[in-house]
Design a binder for this molecule. Structure first.
Ligand code: FO1
Length: 339
């Protein structure tokens, strides 16, 4: 990817991920693939004036390594290295280590590629040496030449656990191993009570002019961030505009199990339900709906949230940039009180 023009690139390369005071900064909250797509679009528009706060509830230990799928998905997308169809993992990945693991009878249900293995080996080594997940992520993103800040929501472990009709499953076992087939009864975020947002996340919010909630799964990806002790309060007190993009279009999830989980939790599967859910967690000023859901704009407005109807489907890089542009223009209009 050609790096987007940013006056802050040099500072970012020196390890100062946040722009100097006075530069507009957008903080995006994101989970996996859907969130990473909009994060990429925002990055193309904002360069080093973007900080992405990433869910770590999907993290787990595998092959003795600390694997952080959402952090890596965001990182690979911003670096332009992601697998184009899957969204997660690396493009042109090979799986020789996985094949060898199969010969030994090791675990192969989670497809860690050879290139991805390098990321996870280094992360695990640096964590074992005593570095925080924030420091480790900072080293990785700097090495990949990413100007934006990529911030784990917390340096303390939070692990999403899914209570299902087949028993309690760690998140990746539910998501990948069991392909989201068991019926979800409830979700728990283990470690959440003891976890705190990092100083870097709080500093990014202090400097931010707008907060964007990417179209990530509200239950699996955004809730672990929004429910972090201290962060919900901080976001509710945030003075600038807070805008979210719906991950549900026409009653279906753009990607992943959001619609299935909402139905199983007894929630109406609609963009309005997502807006209502998020509006319970923070002060939501604006909500972006797909043109397919234009008829829901009034219901969103009835929640006290300004709707914006636009094309939200992101197939190409141009789609991601176009949506990012629309979201930023919306946030800026809300900030000026123009809509
Ligand atoms: N998702 C899958 O559906 N199957 C996999 O084998 C798989 C491997 C994998 C390896 C590294 C990584 O960073 C992500 C990986 N993912 C895989 C994606 C991941 O499980 C989910 O996308 C997120 O956790 C949900 O946001």
């Amino acid at each position: 990817m050609t790096e987007p023009p940013s006056p802050l690139t040099a500072a970012a390369q020196r390890g100062h991920a946040l722009p100097p005071a006075g530069q507009p900064l957008v903080v995006a909250l994101a989970g996996g693939v859907g969130g990473a797509k909009l994060a990429y679009g925002l990055y193309r528009r904002l360069g080093g004036r973007l900080a992405v706060v990433v869910n770590t509830g999907d993290d787990f230990e595998h092959w003795g390594l600390t694997v952080c799928p959402d952090l890596d998905t965001v990182m690979y997308n911003l670096a332009g290295l992601n697998h184009p169809e899957q969204g997660w993992g690396l493009a042109d990945e090979t799986f020789r280590a996985l094949a060898m693991m199969a010969r030994y009878g090791g675990e192969t249900w989670f497809r860690l590629g050879d290139g991805d293995l390098a990321t996870n080996l280094l992360r695990t080594r640096w964590l074992r040496e005593g570095r925080s997940l924030t420091e480790v992520t900072e080293r990785l993103r700097t090495a990949l030449g990413i100007a934006a800040a990529i911030l784990p929501m917390s340096d303390r472990p939070v692990r999403t656990v899914v209570h299902t009709d087949e028993g309690t499953l760690p998140f990746q076992h539910y998501f990948v191993r069991r392909r989201c087939e068991p019926r979800v009864l409830s979700l728990r975020y283990e470690g959440l009570e003891a976890a705190r947002p990092t100083p870097q996340v709080l500093a990014a919010l202090d400097a931010a002019d707008a907060v964007v909630l990417c179209p990530s799964n509200p239950y699996l990806s955004l809730d672990p961030i929004l429910l972090l002790p201290g962060l919900g309060e901080r976001l509710r007190a945030f003075a600038g505009p807070v805008v979210a993009v719906s991950p549900i279009v026409g009653g279906q999830a753009l990607k992943g199990p959001a619609a299935k989980i909402m139905a199983e939790l007894g929630v109406d599967v609609s963009a309005t339900s997502v807006a209502a859910h998020l509006a319970q967690r923070l002060r939501l000023d604006g909500f972006v709906l797909d043109t397919a859901d234009a008829d829901l704009a009034d219901a969103v407005a009835a929640l006290g949230v300004k709707p914006l109807v636009t094309d939200t489907i992101m197939r190409s890089a141009a789609d991601k940039e176009r949506l990012a542009e629309a979201v930023l223009a919306f946030a800026w209009a809300l900030r000026r009180g123009d809509c």
